[in-house]
Ligand binder design. Structure first.
Ligand code: HEC
Length: 157
């Protein structure tokens, strides 16, 4: 009986932490005014990142972004993704289709000390497994750059 009670308590604790981690993720106010990358275009339709996107970097993250490591608590990146629209032979941005967030947060131990979150275009949190759907790729690509894949040298091109 005691074992079962302990198990139930552990489950409750685990589910509330998961819930807390999920609800904490909101888009930072005013990120549209942060330093923004040039427009990045991925035209390969088979790519997960097909579309046009912009990376926003807050003031806290910028010095570490330039160095490539050592992000202080609270450092934040936001990416906005748009569809590609063809207009007179030019590729321009269409509808926004997704927003992603990475925020330095020591308590997020399963995802390398970053809060990962995905949002719908209107800013509501998407329910997804951020370890499998986000972190695993970031580990593979940028283990020695604190899991930040893009580089400052490509920021404005
Ligand atoms: C298949 C690999 C892959 C997956 C899965 C992935 N990303 Fe990324 N992510 C990238 C790449 C590549 C970049 C760099 C984009 C660029 O240079 O323009 C990136 C960049 C980012 C950035 C900007 C900071 C950085 O690392 O450069 C954020 C924020 C981000 N991703 C969040 C997420 C979130 C949240 C998820 C899950 C919903 C996710 N990513 C899933 C590959 C991935």
């Amino acid at each position: 009986m005691r074992k079962i009670v302990a198990l139930v308590i552990t489950c409750l604790l685990l589910s509330t932490t998961a819930f807390a981690a999920g609800t904490k993720a909101t888009l930072p106010k005013g990120y549209e005014k942060w330093e923004r990358s040039s427009e990045k275009i991925e035209t390969d339709k088979s790519s997960l990142f097909y579309g046009i996107h912009y990376i926003y970097v807050d003031k806290k993250a910028m010095p570490a972004y330039k160095r490539g490591t050592g992000y202080p608590e609270g450092s934040t990146f936001v990416i906005e993704y748009f569809n590609i629209k063809n207009e007179g032979g030019r590729q321009i941005k269409g509808k926004k289709n997704m927003i992603v967030l990475m925020k330095r947060d020591k308590s997020q131990r399963n995802t390398g000390g970053w809060l990962f979150a995905g949002f719908t275009p209107d800013g509501s949190l998407s329910r997804l497994d951020v370890v499998k759907n986000c972190f695993e790729c970031h580990v593979q690509e940028a283990k020695n750059r604190d899991y930040v894949i893009s580089r400052f040298s490509d920021f404005k091109k």
